[in-house]
Design a protein around this ligand. Structure first.
Ligand SMILES: [Zn+2]
Length: 184
């Protein structure tokens, strides 16, 4: 992954959030990052550099580092990640996050942000632990949404998901609906 650009918020004090997709691990009623040992709080989360080296980045996200709150542009990439063995057994939860402050853009993959908050949590297209999702959503003060309902109601666009990401969600849900033995 290549760091293409690091840009500050356009206007100090009036941050313009960037919206992306990500996975969280669930520990009790807490959402945690899966790439780093970091717990997410309700509301704003401020990143620090967790790099294992003598001099952590002074400002986060640091150039050439991995620090910051990560998000991907593509929900499909999240699903692919969620299906990998090291994550699959930990049943990650997918959702949207807003990132702001200093944001490092990673080309077509996603971004790392200095500050971030959870925007919404989604059920798995294949079904899943709905009570757990609602408990988490209550704690974080965000909606727990059926991805299909969110798509059909236009909620994804309201949250700032890109048209390309919304098209991906539509395609995945259509594929799930078309599976033999499954209803949409
Ligand atoms: Zn760093």
């Amino acid at each position: 992954m290549e760091l293409l650009e690091t840009r500050p918020a356009p206007v100090a004090g009036v941050p313009a959030p960037v919206v992306g997709w990500r996975l969280w691990l669930v520990r009790g009623d807490r959402l945690c990052s899966w790439m780093a040992d970091a717990e997410w709080r309700p509301g704003m989360n401020e990143a620090s550099c967790l790099a294992d080296r003598p001099q952590p980045c002074r400002s986060v996200p640091g150039a050439g580092c991995w620090c910051g709150w990560w998000a991907l542009w593509s929900p499909s990439r999240c699903w692919v990640l969620a299906g990998r063995r090291h994550l699959l057994w930990r049943a990650p939860v997918m959702g949207l996050m807003a990132g702001w402050g200093v944001v490092a853009l990673h080309g077509g993959k996603g971004f790392r942000a200095e500050r971030a908050s959870v925007l919404a949590l989604f059920d798995s297209p294949l079904g899943g632990a709905r009570p757990q999702l609602e408990r988490l959503a209550n704690r974080y003060g965000v909606p727990a949404l059926s991805l299909r309902a969110a798509l059909e109601a236009g909620v994804l666009a309201e949250f700032g998901a890109s048209p390309g990401a919304i098209a991906e969600v539509r395609a995945v849900l259509a594929a799930v609906t078309d599976r033999p033995g499954r209803r949409g």
